[in-house]
Ligand binder design. Structure first.
Ligand SMILES: Cc1cc2nc3c(=O)[nH]c(=O)nc-3n(C[C@H](O)[C@H](O)[C@H](O)COP(=O)(O)OP(=O)(O)OC[C@H]3O[C@@H](n4cnc5c(N)ncnc54)[C@H](O)[C@@H]3O)c2cc1C
Length: 478
């Protein structure tokens, strides 16, 4: 007998307490559902968590809450954080042609600082764009970006950058990445973004981002606290180790904690863990092609290297972007500059994002070795460390970016089709839908999922299909 039949509130099991899982608990708890969240980490936040490194609050790489968030999501985040949510100007730099350019791009700065031959090639690309012939063969990330942006920016910026991020050549990446996941995938879009920065045309949030006083993760911990106050139960250190499928229905979840293994029966399971993990956890219930697709779908990992320096501040910039292949890191952020914090005095942290995969040469290096290499990369980029290095810490993410190779859509669809046919189970979130999405998108997905459940726990499949089409239009903000 389901909870709905007995008149009790439906019991919803949520797998994962990253932004998607927490936002689902927050929405459903508010409506009186019985909610249990299972998260293997010690707290909420997933890849959007914050934590102290030598007393400095740090994130998993550069994290900003983007003002383009859906109005309902933004309104909730503002209400939850109150005065702790700061609206900060973006102040980053990117290295192009050996020069530092403000990032996001600003028209005057770009005109003055871009190397002249580079700027001339850019302009020529824009002029000849309409006469350029479409490349032969199936479209790839490389062909779409080159057609949209021209060879200069595509080859000098995007191509080396994606090689670094995904470890693949641009020709080996799917067109989806360019069309739906790159916010500046055409000259028109980049120019429109730059023009929106001009005084007089600028909206109050153009070139700005929201950031909480206590780190990006404060958004998710505050939402989790509110969900808990509404009655949601959060179980941390709780690894989801199996999903029971019976008669085409997701019947129960096996959860492992320090206390042992427990079988949790729920009216509905909302999963935000990686879709391939979800499939694996169903064991032999998944047909062989679905199991094969789960093995084939790849995520890119990332090592975050936190260099602790004996100085108040290393630079005035929040982030430095390194598209060129001469250094392996893709971005460096200085966490204190995100919240304009002066605390702690006499110490700052520089966080480098090093795309890597478990088992590769970077993954096998010790923290000290990575710290030493990092100092060398900074020197090579013209940013020598002249103060004392107090230490290095690292954090290693196995699921940082979905890898959109040429076969990913086929593998994803095989899993998605099978999972969508199971009763009582939904998958969403960045990992759950294999989407290169921002935190506000993960929130929007959770809000959509919650909206598809009625008070008795019934599920509106047609509405969910509509939301899924909407999610396809998400474009990732850098
Ligand atoms: C380097 C980097 C920079 C980023 N910058 C930004 C930014 O500036 N702005 C922005 O909006 N977004 C940014 N993002 C994206 C943001 O981090 C994600 O969109 C967001 O965290 C996705 O939330 P999620 O809940 O869908 O997934 P996740 O955050 O990945 O959460 C999934 C959760 O599931 C848990 N889990 C997995 N397996 C199990 C299991 N078997 N049992 C129990 N729990 C499990 C994990 O521990 C995790 O807590 C960035 C991401 C990266 C990697």
């Amino acid at each position: 007998m389901s909870a709905a039949d007995s008149g009790a509130a439906p019991h919803i099991a949520i797998l994962g307490a990253g932004p998607a899982g927490v936002a689902a608990a927050y929405k459903l708890g508010a409506r009186g559902f019985r909610v249990s969240v299972f998260e293997r980490a010690a707290g909420p936040g997933g890849n959007s968590s914050s934590f102290p490194v030598a007393g400095v609050i740090c994130d998993y790489g550069s994290h900003r809450f983007h003002p383009v968030a859906e109005p309902a999501v933004l309104a909730d985040v503002k209400a939850l954080l109150g005065e702790d949510l700061l609206l900060r100007p973006r102040h980053g730099r990117i290295r192009l042609g050996g020069r530092w350019i403000h990032f996001p791009l600003k028209p005057v700065d770009a005109l003055i600082n871009l190397p002249k031959p580079f700027a001339a090639s850019l302009m020529l690309d824009a002029v000849v764009k309409r006469f350029r012939k479409a490349p032969e063969g199936p479209a790839t990330f490389a062909s779409v970006l080159e057609a949209g942006l021209g060879p200069t920016i595509a080859r000098n910026f995007y191509f080396p950058y994606v090689r670094k991020l995904w470890g693949l050549a641009p020709e080996e990446l799917a067109v989806t990445l360019a069309e739906r996941r790159v916010s500046g995938s055409s000259v028109g879009r980049i120019l429109a973004k730059m023009i929106r920065q001009l005084p007089g045309l600028r909206s109050p949030t153009a070139g700005r981002f929201y950031y909480p006083k206590k780190g990006f993760g404060q958004i998710i911990t505050t939402m989790a606290e509110r969900a808990a106050a509404q009655g949601a139960e959060f179980h941390y250190g709780a690894q989801v180790a199996g999903i029971e499928i019976e008669g085409g229905r997701a019947a129960a979840v096996a959860v492992e904690t320090e206390a042992g293994r427990e079988r949790v029966v729920a009216d509905r399971i909302l999963s935000t863990i990686p879709i391939s993990t979800l499939v694996r956890l169903t064991g032999d219930a998944a047909p062989a092609p679905v199991q094969a697709a789960a093995k084939a779908l790849r995520s890119r990992g990332m090592i975050l290297i936190y260099l602790v320096l004996k100085t108040d501040r290393f630079t005035e910039y929040d982030a430095h972007y390194f598209p060129e292949l001469s250094v392996p890191i893709s971005r460096m952020s200085e966490p204190k500059n995100y919240s304009a914090s002066r605390e702690p005095a006499g110490r700052t942290v520089l966080c480098a994002e090093l795309p890597a995969d478990p088992g590769d040469r970077w993954w096998q290096m010790s923290d000290a070795e990575l710290g030493e290499a990092y100092v060398g990369w900074l020197e090579a980029m013209g940013l020598p460390v002249t103060c004392a290095v107090l230490g290095t810490e690292t954090r290693r993410l196995t699921h940082a970016y979905p890898v959109y190779d040429l076969d990913f859509q086929r593998h994803f669809s095989v899993m998605d089709d099978w999972l969508s046919g199971l009763e009582g189970l939904m998958t969403f979130g960045r990992q759950g839908l294999f989407a290169h999405d921002n935190t506000h998108h993960a929130f929007a997905m959770a809000y959509g999922a919650a909206d598809c459940l009625d008070a008795q726990g019934g599920f509106d499949a047609g509405k969910w299909a509509g939301y899924r089409r909407e999610f396809e239009s998400h474009v990732v903000e850098d």
